[in-house]
Design a protein around this ligand. Structure first.
Ligand SMILES: [Zn+2]
Length: 306
């Protein structure tokens, strides 16, 4: 190769894409022709026997990724897991008991965006099998009883409406009265749920106030941030942990990078709003791979005398 700079050719672009996934160069499969607009990709490990990793673009045997708790065996990319899958991954078998599952979302504003909120709730419930975006309850993690809440980004982006806020507030209150360690695992790309207006914003204060009482009573709160944790969720309970853990390469922040860039008109540093960037800047305490999360939660509880 010569040192002469020239316009990169097709093969060079392909090589760059292979070496720097996510760098903006065309990915290999798109280089052959124009990208067709299509439906947004499904969350989680895509259907089919083989799948292409979003992290390293390697072709991965689906079963192998599933056995590794939906993590890429080549590069450690963490795919979405549902709240129910998370329960299976973390809790000793058969010990999880759901709290407040009977709370149902309503449509207090009669809100309509692309479709009426009331209809959206029913469709999301049917699609995800969840009644709202948070699952709360108690169970045993390596024989230690904990109170645990998990938000699920597949239900209206894991956004915090009245039911999510109420379930989490009750979770924290039960953890306080029963003197249980508290774990909240966030997967919320949506922040507050705009469909419920001011009522959804109030959930931030309600859950945070419950956490303040829990803290005053001496409780241990471990917040686990997973991809994505954004908006009003990141700006309230998710940031209030005594310990804040995160999964590798999770997107964590308030407003999205495009919004920030358009507002302040400054080039954002590389890795902005990732777990690794936030660990470096002191916003989170540890990055923990999914396979280690159960053991590390148990260890943290023991260490803190929970
Ligand atoms: Zn990978």
């Amino acid at each position: 190769m010569t040192q002469r700079q020239s316009i990169p050719t097709g093969p060079q672009i392909e090589k760059a894409a292979a070496q720097h996934p996510g760098s903006g160069a065309l990915p290999l499969d798109a280089a052959a022709g124009p990208r067709r607009p299509g439906p947004r990709p499904k969350r989680g490990v895509p259907e089919g026997l083989w799948l292409k990793c979003d992290g390293c673009r390697a072709t991965i045997y689906r079963k192998e990724a599933e056995q590794m708790l939906n993590v890429c065996p080549q590069c450690g990319f963490h795919w979405y897991v549902s709240a129910r899958q998370r329960v299976d991954q973390l809790f000793d078998p058969g010990t999880f008991e759901e709290w407040d599952g009977q709370l149902q979302p309503t449509d207090p504003l009669g809100f309509t965006d692309k479709k009426p909120y009331a209809g959206r709730i029913v469709a999301e419930q049917k699609r995800t099998g969840l009644s709202d975006a948070a699952l709360t309850g108690t169970g045993m993690i390596r024989a230690r009883r904990v109170a645990c809440g998990i938000t699920d980004s597949s239900f209206i982006m894991g956004s915090m409406g009245s039911v999510v806020g109420e379930r989490l507030a009750r979770l924290v209150e039960r953890a306080t009265s029963q003197r249980l360690p508290l774990i909240i695992i966030s997967a919320s790309g949506g922040g507050a749920r705009m469909h419920e207006g001011i009522l959804s914003l109030m959930q931030m204060a309600k859950v945070s106030a419950a956490l303040a009482r829990y803290s005053a009573a001496g409780g241990l709160f471990i917040s686990v941030l997973t991809n994505p944790t954004m908006g009003g969720v990141a700006a309230s309970f998710a940031s209030l942990g005594d310990l804040v853990f995160a999964e590798p390469r999770a997107l964590i922040g308030f407003a999205g990078p495009r919004t920030i860039k358009a507002t302040i008109r400054v080039e954002l540093p590389p890795g902005f709003q990732t777990s690794e960037f936030l660990l470096e800047h002191g916003f989170i305490d540890r990055i923990i791979a999914r396979k280690d999360l159960k053991s590390e939660l148990a260890r943290a509880i023991d260490y803190c005398g929970g």
